[in-house]
Write a protein that binds this ligand. Sequence first.
Ligand code: ZN
Length: 184
Amino acid sequence: MSRDLVLLADAADFAARRHVAQRRKGEAAEPYVNHLTEVAALLAGATDGVDIVLLLGGLLHDTLEDTDTTYEDLAERFGPEVAALVAEVTDDKSLPKEMRKRLQIEKTPAKSRRAKLLKLADKTSNLRGLVRSPPAGWSRERLRDYVGWAEAVVASCRGLNATLEIAFDAAHAEARAHYGSGEN
Ligand code: ZN
């Protein structure tokens, strides 16, 4: 148990350092680490904090995609399960953005339970951010498309954790109320 707490504190510190220069896309330009701690807190609250790999994955989920952290860095420091989970939710940045978005919809159904829970929390945080602080320069249509896309990605993540689904659905309903759905 105490080893888990040490790992959790280390992951929070690691993520904060790795993402230190990054800001969220919204107008408020919140520090990126706020997104990571929000995702980890959503996961912890929804699962009673019983799965340390999941919580570490929540804090570290964007390190491979958005920083120069390597799979080996994560495996060495936080263990192979955490590294594998982060890799599972990492997009291939060599692909064009539209293809990456389509692949998220297509590939999520085959992902692990942990990866699906992480996706649910990640999209919840992103939709909340979109409402609280929409990115400057995003058209209403782009915002609406994002809301519809987030719903499509998490469609295959349902039936695993009611608390996370309720949080996602609330964020999604609020975003839809602001920007409309992807279908209209
Ligand atoms: Zn994220």
